[in-house]
Design a protein around this ligand. Structure first.
Ligand SMILES: *Cc1c(COP(=O)(O)O)cnc(C)c1O
Length: 458
């Protein structure tokens, strides 16, 4: 018999987590206004709220922390990071920032102005926020297949080239500062973009004189999917694939909290000296001097090591196999999840779990609360609460999908934890007919309400 798969690391330091009782959780979630964001982390047994900044650093990263150089200007940590980014991505210029949205803020300050349009594959919410803040418009050009959760397609993050060309034809090039390709496509469920598509997007954009920027938070996970799914890449190393991916881009923004495997950080990298110089001014105003940009020297050192680790096949295989292991268990139990399983999270199709619950009662949030009550597991609602109200009519916006996202932190939980998560959700699923009512809003903020909303049981 083949040996089972196991984590390619052993554990040197542990952080105890508390396994609470159902009675405790009932009290805590009520006091939290039935909003999982309001829970204290010690009221959570397994935390799947996000994979952002929640990863575990390696012993090499912790060693790099100790040799961090905290000089204000010209720190060796900055040069370590610069050299690593150049080696992995090929980009000549780089600016550190305190996280991914800060990189967007700095770069978009140079590139975008009122009236611009920015095509891409389902822009991430902070990216869209920074585009719309500048009174520009994000245009979604993702392939239609991405919006069908049951359809099997190896690269659901791909850009539809016809949709993209239509944007290029409709608007003058001066009105399109860039196309943004998100790797992997977070909003469509951690779905990858193929090398073929990256190549074609670059060729088309070059023809129209448009710059290509990658929103690169999960670029290494994207490279893994290219290696295992795209013909011609099976024998290439992840680092070779990453290097090729970035040859089809003019620049990148990065949230290092994802594939940098650090707890905080971000950066911009690009080839244009002109844009780099203009962005440097904004970096100094918003982030800090160009050789630290809101990051401690030790954190830049840890990031340099993290980027190298994240672009190794054994690491990516263990990460993505763990997410798949959880997803496969749910599929085997008949639980409807988005397919194919994404790189960083499993998305449960809440409307198909609780088909009789009215949409006005927050279907995915109800499922998220049930999972917490069942096992102390914290996921996150990607549904009506997140979709918020229409800014003009103030009516609730009801998205097509009500999803419960279970994001898996990097190198933090074991296969046993996945078993617990799966069983807790299966238990909820088996008693789904007894879940007859959901929640109503007691109070909410005018925007971004999901973070602070207070709910009441109906
Ligand atoms: C997380 C993320 C961002 C924003 O990064 P932060 O570090 O959270 O500011 C941008 N784009 C994508 C695709 C992300 O996943």
């Amino acid at each position: 018999m083949n040996l089972p798969y196991a984590e390619p690391y052993k554990i040197k330091m542990v952080e105890p987590i508390y396994r609470s009782s159902r009675e405790e959780r009932e009290l805590w979630i009520k006091n939290a206004g039935y909003n999982l964001f309001n829970l204290r982390s010690n009221q959570v047994y397994i935390d799947l709220l996000t994979d952002s900044g929640t990863g575990a650093m390696s012993d090499s990263q912790w060693a790099a922390i100790m040799t961090g150089d905290e000089s204000y200007a010209g720190a060796s940590s900055y040069y370590n990071l610069k050299e690593t980014i150049k080696r992995l991505t090929g980009f000549e210029y780089f600016l550190p920032t305190h996280q991914g949205r800060a990189a967007e803020n700095v770069l978009f300050s140079v590139l975008m102005k009122e009236g611009n349009v920015v095509p891409g594959n389902s822009h991430f919410d902070t990216t869209k926020g920074h585009i719309e803040f500048r009174k520009a418009k994000a245009i979604d050009c993702t392939i239609d297949e991405a919006f069908n959760t049951t359809l099997q397609h190896p690269f659901k993050g791909n850009i539809d080239l016809n949709k993209l060309e239509n944007v290029y034809k409709e608007y003058p090039a001066e009105n399109i500062p860039c196309v943004i390709v998100t790797l992997t496509c977070n909003s469509s469920g951690g779905q990858p973009v193929s090398m073929q598509n990256l190549k074609e997007v670059k060729a088309l954009s070059e023809k129209y004189g448009i710059m290509v920027i990658y929103d690169s938070a999960r670029f290494a996970e994207n490279a893994y999917f290219i290696k295992v799914r795209e013909k011609g890449y099976e024998n290439k190393t992840i680092k070779e694939i990453v290097a090729e991916m970035f040859t089809y881009a003019d620049g990148m923004t990065m949230s290092s909290k994802k594939d940098g495997i650090v707890n905080i950080g971000g950066f911009i990298a690009l080839n244009s000296e002109k844009i780099f110089k203009e962005a440097s001014t904004f970096n100094i105003i918003f982030e800090g001097f160009i050789t630290y940009g809101g990051m401690a020297g030790r954190d830049m050192n840890a990031l340099a090591v993290g980027l190298d680790e994240a672009t190794e096949f054994v690491y990516l295989e263990s990460r993505i196999k763990q997410v798949e292991y959880l997803g496969e268990k749910l599929i085997a139990a008949g639980i409807p999840i988005q397919q194919p399983i994404g790189g960083h999270a499993v998305f449960v199709d809440a409307k198909r779990v609780l088909p009789n619950l009215p949409k006005e009662q927050y279907v995915a949030q109800t499922l998220a609360i049930e999972l917490y009550l069942e096992g102390g597991i914290r996921g996150v609602e990607i549904g009506t609460l997140l979709a918020d109200r229409d800014p003009e009519t103030r009516e609730n916006r009801y998205p097509n999908l009500e999803l419960l996202r279970l994001a898996i932190p990097r190198r933090v939980y074991t296969y046993r934890h996945m078993d617990v998560i799966a069983q807790a959700l299966i238990n909820v699923y088996n008693r789904r007919d007894s879940i007859k009512s959901g929640y109503k809003i007691v109070s909410e903020a005018p925007i971004m309400r999901h973070f602070t909303v207070q709910l009441e049981k109906i």
